[in-house]
Design a protein around this ligand. Structure first.
Ligand code: M6R
Length: 366
Protein backbone atom coordinates (compact mmCIF):
# COMPACT_ATOMS: atom_id res chain seq x y z
CA UNK A 1 0.00 0.00 0.00
CA UNK A 2 0.96 3.64 -0.35
CA UNK A 3 0.79 4.09 3.43
CA UNK A 4 -0.66 7.58 3.23
CA UNK A 5 1.60 8.81 0.45
CA UNK A 6 -0.04 10.13 -2.72
CA UNK A 7 2.06 7.84 -4.91
CA UNK A 8 4.33 4.85 -4.60
CA UNK A 9 7.10 6.94 -6.05
CA UNK A 10 6.91 9.47 -3.23
CA UNK A 11 6.81 6.68 -0.66
CA UNK A 12 9.87 5.12 -2.27
CA UNK A 13 11.71 8.44 -2.31
CA UNK A 14 11.03 8.71 1.42
CA UNK A 15 12.16 5.14 1.99
CA UNK A 16 15.63 5.87 0.67
CA UNK A 17 17.38 6.60 3.98
CA UNK A 18 16.14 3.29 5.35
CA UNK A 19 16.91 1.38 2.14
CA UNK A 20 20.42 2.79 2.10
CA UNK A 21 20.84 1.92 5.79
CA UNK A 22 19.73 -1.66 5.17
CA UNK A 23 22.00 -2.12 2.18
CA UNK A 24 24.92 -0.74 4.13
CA UNK A 25 24.46 -2.11 7.62
CA UNK A 26 24.18 -5.72 6.69
CA UNK A 27 27.71 -5.49 5.28
CA UNK A 28 29.57 -3.52 7.92
CA UNK A 29 30.75 -5.26 11.07
CA UNK A 30 31.22 -3.51 14.42
CA UNK A 31 34.78 -2.54 13.46
CA UNK A 32 33.65 -0.81 10.31
CA UNK A 33 34.95 -3.62 8.09
CA UNK A 34 33.06 -4.38 4.90
CA UNK A 35 32.08 -8.02 4.46
CA UNK A 36 30.14 -9.18 1.43
CA UNK A 37 28.51 -12.52 2.05
CA UNK A 38 27.57 -13.44 -1.49
CA UNK A 39 30.87 -12.33 -3.02
CA UNK A 40 33.38 -15.16 -3.14
CA UNK A 41 36.19 -13.47 -5.03
CA UNK A 42 39.63 -13.94 -3.52
CA UNK A 43 42.58 -11.56 -3.56
CA UNK A 44 44.19 -13.69 -6.28
CA UNK A 45 41.08 -13.58 -8.42
CA UNK A 46 40.78 -9.82 -8.12
CA UNK A 47 44.41 -9.44 -9.05
CA UNK A 48 43.90 -11.63 -12.08
CA UNK A 49 41.27 -9.38 -13.66
CA UNK A 50 42.59 -6.98 -16.26
CA UNK A 51 39.30 -5.23 -16.84
CA UNK A 52 35.79 -4.95 -15.54
CA UNK A 53 32.60 -4.46 -17.54
CA UNK A 54 29.49 -3.07 -15.93
CA UNK A 55 26.35 -3.91 -17.87
CA UNK A 56 22.79 -2.72 -17.27
CA UNK A 57 19.83 -0.78 -18.70
CA UNK A 58 18.29 2.59 -17.91
CA UNK A 59 18.66 3.75 -14.35
CA UNK A 60 20.73 0.70 -13.42
CA UNK A 61 23.15 1.68 -16.18
CA UNK A 62 23.43 5.15 -14.70
CA UNK A 63 24.32 3.59 -11.36
CA UNK A 64 26.88 1.55 -13.29
CA UNK A 65 28.53 4.72 -14.61
CA UNK A 66 29.11 5.92 -11.05
CA UNK A 67 30.30 2.40 -10.26
CA UNK A 68 32.80 2.62 -13.08
CA UNK A 69 34.26 5.77 -11.69
CA UNK A 70 34.61 4.55 -8.09
CA UNK A 71 35.87 1.08 -8.98
CA UNK A 72 38.47 2.45 -11.34
CA UNK A 73 39.76 4.73 -8.63
CA UNK A 74 39.87 2.03 -5.98
CA UNK A 75 41.23 -0.80 -8.13
CA UNK A 76 43.38 1.04 -10.64
CA UNK A 77 42.17 -1.07 -13.54
CA UNK A 78 40.05 -0.29 -16.59
CA UNK A 79 36.32 -0.37 -15.99
CA UNK A 80 33.88 -0.01 -18.88
CA UNK A 81 30.17 0.62 -18.40
CA UNK A 82 27.86 -0.32 -21.26
CA UNK A 83 24.14 -0.59 -21.91
CA UNK A 84 23.06 -4.21 -22.11
CA UNK A 85 21.23 -3.88 -25.44
CA UNK A 86 24.56 -2.87 -27.05
CA UNK A 87 26.90 -5.01 -25.00
CA UNK A 88 25.18 -8.26 -25.89
CA UNK A 89 25.70 -7.76 -29.64
CA UNK A 90 29.19 -6.29 -29.55
CA UNK A 91 32.34 -8.32 -30.01
CA UNK A 92 33.59 -7.52 -26.56
CA UNK A 93 37.03 -8.71 -25.59
CA UNK A 94 36.00 -10.92 -22.74
CA UNK A 95 37.71 -13.93 -21.19
CA UNK A 96 38.54 -15.48 -17.82
CA UNK A 97 40.39 -12.33 -16.85
CA UNK A 98 37.27 -10.22 -17.15
CA UNK A 99 34.87 -9.47 -14.34
CA UNK A 100 31.40 -8.56 -15.55
CA UNK A 101 29.17 -6.73 -13.09
CA UNK A 102 25.51 -6.91 -13.99
CA UNK A 103 23.11 -4.43 -12.40
CA UNK A 104 19.36 -4.96 -12.39
CA UNK A 105 16.70 -3.99 -9.88
CA UNK A 106 14.28 -6.65 -11.09
CA UNK A 107 16.90 -9.19 -12.08
CA UNK A 108 14.68 -10.10 -15.04
CA UNK A 109 15.50 -7.50 -17.72
CA UNK A 110 15.87 -9.37 -21.03
CA UNK A 111 18.88 -7.56 -22.46
CA UNK A 112 20.70 -7.60 -19.12
CA UNK A 113 20.12 -11.30 -18.67
CA UNK A 114 21.22 -12.02 -22.25
CA UNK A 115 24.41 -10.00 -21.64
CA UNK A 116 25.10 -12.00 -18.51
CA UNK A 117 24.76 -15.28 -20.44
CA UNK A 118 26.88 -14.00 -23.30
CA UNK A 119 29.70 -12.95 -20.98
CA UNK A 120 29.48 -16.17 -19.00
CA UNK A 121 29.79 -18.23 -22.16
CA UNK A 122 33.01 -16.37 -22.93
CA UNK A 123 34.43 -17.31 -19.56
CA UNK A 124 33.92 -14.10 -17.59
CA UNK A 125 33.23 -14.11 -13.89
CA UNK A 126 29.77 -12.67 -13.19
CA UNK A 127 28.94 -10.55 -10.19
CA UNK A 128 25.46 -9.15 -9.98
CA UNK A 129 23.84 -6.33 -8.06
CA UNK A 130 20.12 -6.95 -7.89
CA UNK A 131 17.17 -6.19 -5.65
CA UNK A 132 15.02 -9.26 -6.20
CA UNK A 133 16.07 -12.31 -4.25
CA UNK A 134 16.09 -15.43 -6.41
CA UNK A 135 15.62 -13.50 -9.68
CA UNK A 136 17.07 -14.89 -12.91
CA UNK A 137 20.10 -12.60 -12.73
CA UNK A 138 20.70 -13.63 -9.12
CA UNK A 139 20.42 -17.33 -9.92
CA UNK A 140 22.86 -17.24 -12.81
CA UNK A 141 25.64 -15.20 -11.20
CA UNK A 142 28.85 -16.38 -9.55
CA UNK A 143 28.82 -13.59 -7.01
CA UNK A 144 25.89 -11.66 -5.69
CA UNK A 145 25.29 -8.40 -3.92
CA UNK A 146 21.67 -7.76 -3.01
CA UNK A 147 20.41 -4.24 -2.59
CA UNK A 148 18.03 -4.21 0.34
CA UNK A 149 15.71 -1.58 -1.10
CA UNK A 150 12.51 -3.58 -0.56
CA UNK A 151 9.92 -3.86 -3.33
CA UNK A 152 9.95 -0.97 -5.77
CA UNK A 153 6.48 -0.51 -7.23
CA UNK A 154 6.67 2.82 -9.11
CA UNK A 155 7.92 2.42 -12.66
CA UNK A 156 10.40 5.23 -12.11
CA UNK A 157 13.29 3.84 -10.17
CA UNK A 158 14.45 5.75 -7.08
CA UNK A 159 15.47 3.68 -4.07
CA UNK A 160 16.80 0.91 -6.29
CA UNK A 161 19.22 3.44 -7.80
CA UNK A 162 20.52 4.87 -4.52
CA UNK A 163 21.03 1.39 -3.08
CA UNK A 164 22.84 0.31 -6.26
CA UNK A 165 25.21 3.21 -5.67
CA UNK A 166 25.78 1.99 -2.11
CA UNK A 167 26.53 -1.48 -3.48
CA UNK A 168 29.17 -0.03 -5.81
CA UNK A 169 30.73 2.08 -3.07
CA UNK A 170 30.99 -1.02 -0.88
CA UNK A 171 32.43 -3.12 -3.68
CA UNK A 172 35.08 -0.48 -4.31
CA UNK A 173 36.05 -0.51 -0.62
CA UNK A 174 36.02 -4.28 -0.36
CA UNK A 175 37.99 -4.94 -3.55
CA UNK A 176 40.34 -2.03 -2.96
CA UNK A 177 41.26 -3.35 0.46
CA UNK A 178 41.61 -6.94 -0.71
CA UNK A 179 43.80 -5.91 -3.60
CA UNK A 180 45.78 -3.46 -1.49
CA UNK A 181 45.13 -0.61 -3.90
CA UNK A 182 43.22 1.40 -1.30
CA UNK A 183 45.15 2.50 1.78
CA UNK A 184 43.81 1.86 5.28
CA UNK A 185 43.34 5.53 6.04
CA UNK A 186 41.14 6.33 3.04
CA UNK A 187 39.23 3.10 3.64
CA UNK A 188 38.34 4.25 7.16
CA UNK A 189 37.39 7.72 6.00
CA UNK A 190 35.10 6.31 3.33
CA UNK A 191 33.37 4.04 5.81
CA UNK A 192 32.79 6.94 8.21
CA UNK A 193 31.38 9.04 5.40
CA UNK A 194 29.06 6.27 4.27
CA UNK A 195 27.78 5.68 7.78
CA UNK A 196 26.20 9.13 7.95
CA UNK A 197 24.94 9.31 4.39
CA UNK A 198 21.45 8.07 5.32
CA UNK A 199 20.90 11.09 7.58
CA UNK A 200 22.13 13.39 4.90
CA UNK A 201 19.71 11.84 2.39
CA UNK A 202 16.90 12.24 4.91
CA UNK A 203 17.65 15.93 5.38
CA UNK A 204 17.91 16.41 1.64
CA UNK A 205 14.44 14.97 1.07
CA UNK A 206 12.80 17.35 3.54
CA UNK A 207 14.86 20.33 2.41
CA UNK A 208 14.12 19.74 -1.28
CA UNK A 209 10.32 19.47 -1.26
CA UNK A 210 9.41 23.14 -1.65
CA UNK A 211 12.16 24.03 -4.05
CA UNK A 212 11.36 21.00 -6.24
CA UNK A 213 7.72 22.14 -6.47
CA UNK A 214 8.89 25.61 -7.42
CA UNK A 215 11.17 24.28 -10.17
CA UNK A 216 8.37 22.03 -11.43
CA UNK A 217 6.15 25.08 -11.93
CA UNK A 218 8.93 26.87 -13.77
CA UNK A 219 9.77 24.07 -16.18
CA UNK A 220 6.42 22.38 -16.76
CA UNK A 221 5.68 24.24 -20.01
CA UNK A 222 9.21 24.01 -21.38
CA UNK A 223 9.41 22.14 -24.69
CA UNK A 224 12.87 21.01 -23.85
CA UNK A 225 15.40 21.18 -21.06
CA UNK A 226 19.04 20.34 -20.40
CA UNK A 227 20.86 18.86 -17.47
CA UNK A 228 24.60 19.48 -17.38
CA UNK A 229 27.48 18.24 -15.28
CA UNK A 230 31.05 17.03 -15.32
CA UNK A 231 32.44 13.80 -13.91
CA UNK A 232 30.07 12.19 -11.42
CA UNK A 233 27.70 15.12 -11.93
CA UNK A 234 27.41 14.16 -15.59
CA UNK A 235 26.27 10.68 -14.60
CA UNK A 236 23.75 12.14 -12.18
CA UNK A 237 22.61 14.46 -14.97
CA UNK A 238 21.90 11.43 -17.16
CA UNK A 239 19.76 9.89 -14.43
CA UNK A 240 18.05 13.21 -13.71
CA UNK A 241 17.06 13.70 -17.33
CA UNK A 242 15.84 10.13 -17.75
CA UNK A 243 13.64 10.54 -14.68
CA UNK A 244 12.28 13.85 -15.94
CA UNK A 245 11.56 12.41 -19.40
CA UNK A 246 9.77 9.32 -18.22
CA UNK A 247 7.62 11.20 -15.72
CA UNK A 248 6.96 14.62 -17.25
CA UNK A 249 7.27 13.75 -20.98
CA UNK A 250 9.37 16.89 -21.40
CA UNK A 251 12.24 16.45 -23.80
CA UNK A 252 15.21 16.46 -21.46
CA UNK A 253 18.81 15.70 -22.30
CA UNK A 254 21.93 15.40 -20.24
CA UNK A 255 25.28 16.58 -21.50
CA UNK A 256 28.80 16.53 -20.27
CA UNK A 257 29.14 20.25 -19.65
CA UNK A 258 32.32 20.57 -21.68
CA UNK A 259 30.83 18.81 -24.69
CA UNK A 260 28.08 21.38 -25.28
CA UNK A 261 30.19 23.68 -27.41
CA UNK A 262 30.68 20.87 -29.92
CA UNK A 263 27.15 21.15 -31.24
CA UNK A 264 24.45 21.03 -28.61
CA UNK A 265 24.76 24.65 -27.57
CA UNK A 266 22.98 25.49 -30.84
CA UNK A 267 19.79 24.28 -29.17
CA UNK A 268 19.86 26.87 -26.41
CA UNK A 269 17.27 29.57 -26.95
CA UNK A 270 15.88 32.42 -24.90
CA UNK A 271 14.42 30.84 -21.77
CA UNK A 272 15.57 27.23 -22.32
CA UNK A 273 15.92 25.76 -18.83
CA UNK A 274 19.43 24.46 -18.17
CA UNK A 275 19.95 22.74 -14.84
CA UNK A 276 23.60 22.32 -13.97
CA UNK A 277 24.96 20.07 -11.26
CA UNK A 278 28.19 21.46 -9.87
CA UNK A 279 29.05 19.38 -6.82
CA UNK A 280 32.49 18.14 -7.83
CA UNK A 281 35.01 20.52 -6.31
CA UNK A 282 38.00 19.71 -8.50
CA UNK A 283 36.17 20.67 -11.69
CA UNK A 284 33.83 23.29 -10.25
CA UNK A 285 35.39 26.26 -12.05
CA UNK A 286 35.19 24.49 -15.40
CA UNK A 287 31.51 23.82 -14.90
CA UNK A 288 30.88 27.45 -13.96
CA UNK A 289 32.39 28.59 -17.23
CA UNK A 290 29.98 26.28 -19.09
CA UNK A 291 27.06 27.84 -17.23
CA UNK A 292 28.26 31.27 -18.30
CA UNK A 293 28.23 30.25 -21.93
CA UNK A 294 24.66 28.91 -21.88
CA UNK A 295 23.52 31.93 -19.92
CA UNK A 296 25.05 34.20 -22.55
CA UNK A 297 22.83 32.44 -25.12
CA UNK A 298 19.67 33.14 -23.15
CA UNK A 299 19.30 30.00 -21.03
CA UNK A 300 17.34 30.10 -17.82
CA UNK A 301 20.16 28.78 -15.65
CA UNK A 302 19.47 26.77 -12.52
CA UNK A 303 22.51 25.65 -10.54
CA UNK A 304 22.71 22.83 -8.01
CA UNK A 305 25.74 23.05 -5.76
CA UNK A 306 26.99 22.93 -2.18
CA UNK A 307 26.94 25.79 0.32
CA UNK A 308 30.54 26.81 -0.12
CA UNK A 309 29.98 27.87 -3.72
CA UNK A 310 28.00 31.05 -3.14
CA UNK A 311 29.56 32.59 -6.24
CA UNK A 312 27.14 30.46 -8.30
CA UNK A 313 24.58 33.18 -7.64
CA UNK A 314 26.50 35.50 -9.91
CA UNK A 315 26.17 33.18 -12.92
CA UNK A 316 22.80 31.49 -12.41
CA UNK A 317 19.23 32.73 -12.36
CA UNK A 318 18.56 30.42 -9.46
CA UNK A 319 20.84 28.41 -7.17
CA UNK A 320 19.83 25.42 -5.08
CA UNK A 321 22.20 24.49 -2.28
CA UNK A 322 22.32 20.88 -1.20
CA UNK A 323 23.99 19.04 1.70
CA UNK A 324 27.70 18.52 1.47
CA UNK A 325 29.57 15.28 1.70
CA UNK A 326 32.83 14.36 -0.05
CA UNK A 327 32.66 14.66 -3.85
CA UNK A 328 32.54 10.86 -4.25
CA UNK A 329 29.23 10.61 -2.40
CA UNK A 330 27.55 13.73 -3.78
CA UNK A 331 25.58 11.64 -6.35
CA UNK A 332 23.58 10.16 -3.46
CA UNK A 333 22.52 13.64 -2.39
CA UNK A 334 22.04 15.48 -5.66
CA UNK A 335 19.95 12.75 -7.26
CA UNK A 336 17.31 13.12 -4.51
CA UNK A 337 16.56 16.67 -5.56
CA UNK A 338 16.29 15.64 -9.21
CA UNK A 339 13.93 12.78 -8.34
CA UNK A 340 11.67 15.28 -6.60
CA UNK A 341 11.84 17.72 -9.51
CA UNK A 342 10.71 14.91 -11.84
CA UNK A 343 8.00 13.84 -9.41
CA UNK A 344 6.49 17.29 -8.98
CA UNK A 345 6.73 18.12 -12.68
CA UNK A 346 4.76 14.97 -13.44
CA UNK A 347 2.09 16.06 -10.95
CA UNK A 348 2.07 19.62 -12.30
CA UNK A 349 1.36 18.19 -15.75
CA UNK A 350 -1.35 15.87 -14.50
CA UNK A 351 0.50 12.72 -15.53
CA UNK A 352 0.22 9.27 -14.04
CA UNK A 353 3.23 9.34 -11.72
CA UNK A 354 3.46 5.67 -10.85
CA UNK A 355 2.63 4.36 -14.30
CA UNK A 356 4.01 6.70 -16.95
CA UNK A 357 2.78 6.15 -20.49
CA UNK A 358 4.42 3.52 -22.72
CA UNK A 359 6.50 2.05 -19.91
CA UNK A 360 6.56 -1.16 -17.91
CA UNK A 361 8.28 -1.81 -14.60
CA UNK A 362 10.08 -4.87 -15.81
CA UNK A 363 11.29 -4.94 -19.40
CA UNK A 364 11.34 -8.62 -20.26
CA UNK A 365 11.19 -8.04 -24.02
CA UNK A 366 14.22 -7.20 -26.13
O1 M6R B 1 15.03 -3.98 -13.39
P1 M6R B 1 16.16 -3.28 -14.06
O2 M6R B 1 17.04 -2.56 -13.09
O3 M6R B 1 16.99 -4.21 -14.92
O4 M6R B 1 15.50 -2.22 -15.01
C1 M6R B 1 16.28 -1.43 -15.85
C2 M6R B 1 15.48 -0.28 -16.45
O5 M6R B 1 14.43 -0.76 -17.21
C3 M6R B 1 14.96 0.69 -15.39
O6 M6R B 1 15.97 1.16 -14.56
C4 M6R B 1 14.25 1.89 -16.05
O7 M6R B 1 15.20 2.67 -16.73
C5 M6R B 1 13.49 2.73 -15.01
N1 M6R B 1 12.10 2.86 -15.38
C6 M6R B 1 14.00 4.13 -14.87
O8 M6R B 1 13.32 4.84 -13.89
Amino acid sequence: TKEGYDHFMLKEIYQQPEAVRNTLNRRLDENGEVYLEGVHLTKEMIESFNKIYIVACGTAYHAGLIGKSVLEKALKITVIADVASEFRYNDNLIDEQTLVIVVSQSGETADTLASLREAKAKGARILSITNVVGSAVARESDDLLYTWAGPEIAVASTKAYTTQLIAFYMLALYFGKLKGSLDAHSYKEHVIELQSIDDSIEDTISQSMEIAKEIAEEIKEAPSLFYLGRGLDYYTALEASLKLKELSYIHAEAFAAGELKHGTIALIEEGTPVITLATQDDIYEKTVSNIKSVKARGAYAIGITTHKHKDMEQVCDKVIYINTTTSTYMPLISVILTQLIAYYTSIAKGNDVDKPRNLAKSVTVE
